[in-house]
Ligand binder design. Structure first.
Ligand SMILES: [Zn+2]
Ligand SMILES: [Zn+2]
Length: 158
């Protein structure tokens, strides 16, 4: 997996970027977070999804859809691109999956963490405290650390 290039080595990226492929312009406005999310830092729509134009005078597309298509190929008809990491600004193709609308909605309901800003114990699900498992679940780092500490304490007491 290619990691994002956080800016080409051009002293004047504005002019240089203009004629670059959309994926380059997209990556240029992306920050790599500790949890692996590639977070879009450019323009967003009111729902929090990033927007980018494939052509300078063309319509705007969702950045996560542009990224998905670049890395995984065309999105099959009727499918939506779901964020496994629940970060709407994320464009990491490993955190994106094309699913039908029903799966998308069901998955959102089933996942207790969906949309919640904190874990069950009230720790923030922010970038510093969240890791993403290979199957896309959010894990609270504070709770993981606590579980490890508890285990060690039990072992030491035994
Ligand atoms: Zn992500
Ligand atoms: Zn926690």
């Amino acid at each position: 997996m290619k990691t994002p290039q956080l800016g080409p080595d051009d002293p004047n990226p504005r002019t240089r970027l203009r004629n670059r492929p959309v994926i380059d312009r997209l990556m240029y406005r992306t920050a790599l977070l500790d949890n692996g999310c590639w977070e879009w830092r450019g323009a967003t729509n009111p729902k929090g999804y990033g927007n980018i134009r494939r052509d300078m005078d063309g319509p705007a597309y969702s950045v996560h859809r542009v990224s998905f298509e670049h890395f995984h190929g065309p999105i099959p008809d009727g499918l939506e691109v779901d964020h496994l990491c629940f970060n709407r600004a994320c464009v990491n193709p490993d955190h994106l999956e094309a699913v039908d609308r029903r799966t998308n909605v069901l998955r959102g309901r089933r996942n207790q963490n969906h949309g919640k800003p904190t874990c069950g114990r009230g720790h923030d699900f922010d970038a510093a405290n969240t890791s993403i498992t290979p199957d896309g679940k959010r894990v609270c780092k504070a709770c993981s650390r606590q579980r490890t500490a508890d285990y060690r304490a039990r072992k030491a007491a035994a």
